[in-house]
Design a protein around this ligand. Structure first.
Ligand code: NDP
Length: 286
């Protein structure tokens, strides 16, 4: 039971656009817990000092975003198995001065699929991208028993490294060449297509672009875009126009946060309260 005021924070650099303070605070408030969720902008040179702060008894833990997800690992005392696989931490829990590292991105992705009745088990999945988010997604797909994962990335070495990671987890995976014909063929084989690139993200030079040719999309696919702003990327619009089922990354953001909340508090996350806050914050932001 919490009594004195506690703090939780998201750390990143820069940290202008994080939605975590909004929906996490709503979750603590829903339980009337005496917790303040803050946003700490932490330049890389200050990471060690901040982790010392996190060990203090009034800090329940932190969320971690770019660029600290990998750099934080040497400062932690215990790592969840998934962190060892993904190589990145997005949630730290302070248990009496012992810092535990978790990664809730992949499990959040699986929960987002589960809430619409989808399991990757037995599916052929096309993963586009091979950065940190793609690593979390591929490890989650391996856990969930995907039949085969097809990995396409602009930089082929990173796609190869991700295929090797998947293989190490016993997951059948192949590299898809980053060229239109190969991307179309891979999309046509896949029943689940996941965009883990930043192509299509609002306020970036690729906002009006899609990472896949439209012909890769088909009516029997579920297309999941990790991007949630805009709510409908060019990829999702083209997928919808071709009759595919589509989902944006808001649900993954929600569930990675819900899982972090559950790790800090041991209580079920008030998911609908958190979702309503997220949707309202995104609507305000535009
Ligand atoms: P990284 O920087 O680690 O990876 C970026 C990926 O995008 C790489 O595969 C990169 O390819 C690719 N990429 C970037 N620009 C281009 C381009 N112009 N053409 C083709 N490929 C490109 O980022 P993350 O993995 O952390 O995040 C990826 C996306 O997922 C972001 O949009 C992020 O907002 C979103 N995300 C959403 C989450 C959620 O909860 N919904 C959680 C985490 C991330 P290359 O290797 O060739 O550079």
């Amino acid at each position: 039971m919490l009594s004195a005021r506690q703090v939780v924070a998201v750390i990143g650099y820069p940290l202008k656009h994080s939605l975590s303070p909004v929906f996490q605070q709503a979750a603590f408030d829903a339980y009337r817990l005496p917790v303040t969720y803050e946003a700490w902008e932490v330049p890389p040179a200050s990471l060690a000092a901040v982790l010392t702060r996190v060990r203090q008894s009034d800090c329940l833990g932190i969320n971690i975003t770019i660029p600290h997800k990998e750099a934080v690992i040497p400062y932690l005392d215990c790592l969840d198995d998934l962190v060892r696989q993904v190589g990145a931490v997005n949630t730290v829990v302070n248990r009496s001065g012992v810092l535990w590292g978790y990664n809730t991105d992949g499990p959040g992705f699986l929960r987002a699929l589960a809430e619409v009745g989808v399991s990757p088990a037995g599916q052929v999945v096309l993963v586009v991208g091979a950065g940190g988010a793609a690593r979390a997604v591929v490890c989650a797909l391996a856990r969930a028993g995907a039949e085969r994962v097809l990995i396409a990335n602009r930089t082929p070495e990173r796609a190869r490294a991700l295929v090797a990671l998947a293989a190490g987890l016993g997951q059948a995976a192949v590299v898809v060449p980053w060229e239109p014909a190969a991307l179309v063929a891979a999309g046509q084989q896949a029943t689940l297509i996941v965009n883990c690139t930043s192509v299509g993200l609002r306020h970036t030079p690729t906002e009006a672009a899609s990472p896949l040719p439209a012909a890769a999309l088909h009516p029997d696919a579920l297309v999941y875009d990790l991007i949630y702003n805009p709510a409908e990327t060019v990829l999702l619009r083209q997928a919808r126009e071709r009759g595919a089922r589509t989902l944006n990354g808001l649900s993954m953001l929600l569930y990675q946060g819900a899982l972090a909340f559950e790790l800090w508090t041991g209580r079920p996350a008030p998911v609908e309260t958190m979702r309503a806050c997220l949707e309202a914050a995104l609507a305000r932001r535009g």
